[in-house]
Design a protein around this ligand. Sequence first.
Ligand code: ADP
Length: 467
Amino acid sequence: MSSRPNPKRFRKTVGFRLTAWYSGIFILSSVFLFSFSYFYISSSLKKQAQEAIASRLSELSALYQTGGIEAIEREVTGYKKFERKDPFLIRISGPQNETFLLILPSQWMEFDVRELQDIASGSSITWTYLRGGNGKDSLEVASIRLSDDYVLQVGKSIEDRERILSHFRRNFLVIAALLIAFAFAGGAFLAFRALRPIRHIISAVRLASSGRMDTRVPSTDTDDELGELVTLFNQMLKRIETLIEGMRDSLDNVAHDLRTPMTRFRGIAEMALRSDKDPNVCREALTECIEESERILRMLNTLMDISEAEMGAMKLHLERVNVCNIVEDIVDAYIYVAEDRGIAVHTRFGKDLWVVADSTRIYQIMSNLLENALKYTPRGGRIDMEAKSRDNEIVITVKDTGMGIYEEELPKIWDRSYRGDQSRSQAGLGLGLSLVKAIVQAHKGHVGVSSQPGKGSTFTIALPVTD
Ligand code: ADP
């Protein structure tokens, strides 16, 4: 893999695209905001200036009605302030555009007022612009037709307005440059920060695919979607790690547990070969081989079941199951064996004990427990199978009056391949209780045992009542 930066690839990265989108939207919003403010300020200033001109125009037009040009002249020469702070252009022209009165402040001498044509129509104000000689400055002029066909014109420079707007434009350009730089930097920073968990996940996946299943993505300590993704991803890695370890352990256990029966298997075959082709010995050996292979097969299946259940990989066909029906079926199935061995089997259960479980597996573990009770209880004994509901659980007990278990053996009986010292005389693989525990735990339940040597044992299974 090449580590050189590839600009084409960089442009395709989510980080780059996020930054570009973020900056683009930021810049567009700024331009929109500027245009709106510019338009708003510009039209407000124009409206304000035109209102001032229109008010002066109507003032002077009223004066003209009462005293003619002389009245205006008198008024205007009294307004010395026009000249200085807030100058106005005032002109009265005749029908041929000849000027009868002209007040033109000294700073506007370059304007040619003859360019102001007779554009006034009716009694409404008409607006026009008079360009200065330098082409920069211009006057905004309002014209109105007076009663005797003369035209009154009042104008004002738009220089102040233009100055404010050009300041605004200049400042905006500076601010926009800063904003664009900020948008890029901010966008890149946000994209970098937001995508950090993704980068961590990518490197964790790289490590995991190279066999490092103990790798984990650093937690983001946030409650957002990426934080959830990281947590779920770590949980998945942990689960895969557990499964792989479980498979490795199972393989070790199976290899270890099969060694003895396979050696015995081979021993039987070798003995038969050495028996000088005596057909009876050979037949016996073949029968033993079949029995041994069946035992191995059973052992293999049980070991695989235990491993799957312990790793959480066992496929459970969950359904609503009435526990009483299963217990009854099992007792029916074993009742002849029990009678044969002179053991009485009693059942007691409440009504409607429903759990969500895999009925085949529940049947399997219950028969394991009953089989053990029958195996380890002497003739004349008694077995009680009970099922009841307790604290959101269905509790099933199998109680026998058998040989019991020594206290020091109690914790070991759930281990794989463990067989009690006193039980060696009975057939068994030492896997029955391991399977019971693994399946019950796969159903999120728990197991328990209490026993008194020589008096009997009570095995308990508790299954949660779930919807
Ligand atoms: P197995 O019965 O094939 O030996 P299990 O896993 O079923 O294997 O049981 C493990 C051990 O627990 C048995 O060897 C026995 O010592 C003890 N055990 C199980 N059930 C009973 C019981 N009902 N009474 C006494 N001992 C029991």
